[in-house]
Design a protein around this ligand. Structure first.
Ligand code: M6R
Length: 627
């Protein structure tokens, strides 16, 4: 959600052709994937602030800037807004101005006590132009700047500190002031912010994509910290002015990996990145003897041996990866494993203690619901491991250990490669726990790792043979509803297949556990109703395969069009399927890494055929940083 960029450069940067506006607009372009419905910028030049903002796509803002340019500047901020308080209008877009138009503020998050602060400021005669909580924060900072410091130009940082002491909720705030033209001040509580370190210039971004074209040196701002950047300095303190250290790290994503690479959309590219995403996530995590070497899991092995319950916390697609993890972990480790939507978890007084291991799964590492649930679990004494794709993000930093998925940047809002990488990492974690606790023999672990190592080539095989599936998807672009069925690990795959179609093609879609069909959902089956069925390997448990084949027959008997995903060589489904899409042979537990892929391709192709923006579906944000 909301993308944030800040920039300050010195005159040498101007000679190198950098301008605040160019840097900020380019950063916003890279952050578009987070989802937004308006955009705006502000630059400091000639002793005043110049700001432009527009609802809709970044292209609207760029057109506005062409029609009404801002002056050349080396200090600027930019924002893409995902509406929370107030609709996606020009008025509500950021930046918001205060102190007579001399202060500009952008914000990501929600100021929970904005109503109370607004009353206070209204009583002082402040006039508001928007419906946003952000304008209240801007007015508060402006009021403090003017009244506490009498507009002393050196005190934007101080004003930000005092304001933050009064703000409740989640926020990343960036402010520039005409009186202090070479400075951007930012604050962070519960929302992400990264500092980019340059030479004669410094940057701020919601994530590193905001400045990846200019530097790979980054510092993650900690919780409740304020940073003041100039072209030559980066000063970090807490909200009370106590100096704080920022830990620098190197960003190993390159700008090219954040580009489409010739594909029609980021989603298509990311679907094709999946062989690599799985391979990279496996890389270096076991030795030649098939022993897992998860060095990142720094939790004392003795404590892990005492774990008597695992709770997986996640949202959306990541929660479906968690459901797959449950089957694998329980199978290999014999530890009861619950999977819970993170936003439900802490509101139900869950049973968590020091023998509970909480595994959070999050691509972004910034999902507020997941972060809050992890914090709650830690407070209750649980050990926490994060499976995450974003280096240095908040959830792994606040967890006891992290297992990074090495899927590379995921730009499309609809998650694809992160899902497969999350499942892969969860398998590794399950095997590691089983190894530690002696649940399975090392030979078995070696076998599973060998099966996993063959997955990337098998995914590639599916991608290469997807022509007929794509054709079918295009022919189904006018469908009103598609159902998805699966059992065992096929159930989360069915849920994920349905979610993909809802998200990007805006088609009603539902995933069901196939066994649940007779308990209600079968009433939905009517003549011509398309139903995808994810069929397990016939080489696995007999009953599992035959039960799903019976489910295919049941829906077909009631008029459904059956679209079946099955293992190569499974002839038994042919008689009951209008279309069969085969995936290469693999053990049942690992099948989601293959059976998901056709469903992703189907959704992307169908949404493309409908002419939709596959990468930025309506109403959705990549990273849900509000509760
Ligand atoms: O960044 P996270 O993995 O924590 O995000 C969780 C969900 O918001 C995310 O998976 C969402 O469901 C995707 N849009 C699914 O495609």
């Amino acid at each position: 959600m909301c993308g944030i960029v800040g920039y300050v450069g010195n005159s040498s940067r101007k000679e190198a052709g950098h301008s605040a506006l160019d840097v900020v607009v380019e950063g916003l372009r890279r952050l578009e994937y987070r989802g937004y419905d308006s955009a705006g910028v502000a630059v400091v030049a000639d002793g005043s602030i110049s700001s432009r903002k527009k609802s809709g796509k970044l292209s609207n803002l760029i057109a506005e800037l062409e029609a009404d340019p801002v002056p050349e500047s080396l200090t600027g901020i930019g924002h893409t807004r995902w509406a929370t308080h107030g609709g996606p209008t020009d008025q509500n877009a950021h930046p918001h101005l205060s102190d007579g138009g001399r202060l500009a503020v952008i914000h990501n998050g929600i100021i929970e006590n904005f109503a109370e602060l607004k009353q206070e400021l209204l009583a002082k005669g402040v006039v508001f132009a928007s419906e946003t909580d952000t304008e209240v924060a801007a007015a508060l900072i402006g009021d403090i700047f003017r009244t506490e410091f009498d507009g002393d130009g050196a005190n934007l940082t101080q004003a930000m500190r005092l304001a933050c002491q009064r703000l409740e909720g989640a926020f990343t705030l960036l402010a520039v002031h005409a009186d202090q033209p070479d400075v951007v001040v930012a604050a962070r509580r519960n929302s992400p912010l990264v500092v980019g370190l340059g030479d004669g210039e410094n940057f701020l971004g919601s994530d590193v994509s905001g400045f990846i074209d200019y530097t790979r040196r980054a510092v993650e701002l900690g919780q409740d910290q304020i940073v003041t950047i100039t072209a030559e300095s980066v000063d970090i303190t807490d909200f009370f002015g106590k100096p704080a250290e920022g830990k620098e790290y190197h960003v190993d994503w390159d700008p090219a990996s954040a580009e489409k690479g010739g594909f029609s959309s980021f989603m298509e590219k990311e679907i094709h990145d999946q062989p690599d995403a799985v391979a990279q996530t496996l890389l270096g995590r076991s030795d030649l003897d098939g022993k897992l070497t998860l060095d990142e899991v720094r939790i004392d092995p003795e404590l892990l041996k005492q774990v008597n319950k695992i709770i997986v916390l996640a949202c959306g697609t990541a929660a479906y990866a968690g459901l797959v993890a449950k089957y694998a972990i329980e199978n290999w480790c014999r530890i009861p494993t619950e999977v819970e939507l993170a936003h439900e978890f802490r509101y139900r007084d869950p049973i968590v203690d020091s023998n509970t291991l909480v595994v959070s799964i999050s691509q972004s590492g910034e999902t507020m619901d997941t972060l809050m649930a992890v914090r709650y679990a830690r407070e209750q004494g649980a050990k926490t491991i994060s499976i995450c794709n974003t280096n240095g993000s908040t959830i792994p930093r606040e967890s006891d250990a992290v297992l990074y998925t090495h899927a590379g940047p995921e730009i499309a809002v609809a998650s694809t490669k992160a899902f497969l990488a999350q499942i892969t990492a969860a398998y590794l974690l399950g095997l590691y726990l089983a190894q530690l606790r002696g649940n399975i023999f090392s030979g078995q672990i070696k076998d599973v790792l060998a099966d996993l190592s063959k997955i990337p080539a098998k995914i590639q095989h599916i991608l290469d043979g997807a022509g007929p599936l794509r054709e079918l998807a295009r022919s189904m672009k006018d469908e009103k509803s598609v159902l998805f069925l699966g059992r065992h690990v096929g159930y989360p795959v069915a849920l994920e297949g349905a979610l993909k179609l809802k998200e990007i093609a805006y088609i009603h879609a539902e995933g069901f556990a196939a066994g649940e069909l007779k308990h209600g959902p079968i009433a939905l089956i009517d003549d011509g109703q398309p139903v995808f069925v994810v069929v397990p390997s016939p080489r696995g448990r007999d009953s599992l395969h035959s039960k799903v084949v019976s489910n295919i027959q049941e829906v077909r008997a009631r008029g459904a069009r059956t679209l079946v995903i099955a293992e190569e060589g499974d002839e038994s489904v042919k008689d009951y399927a209008e279309h069969v899409f085969y995936v290469p042979e693999t053990p049942t537990l690992l099948m989601p890494l293959l059976t998901t892929v056709p469903l992703q391709i189907f959704a992307a192709e169908l949404a493309g055929a409908k002419g939709y923006d596959v990468d930025q579906p309506r109403n959705l944000a990549k990273s849900v940083t509000v509760e």
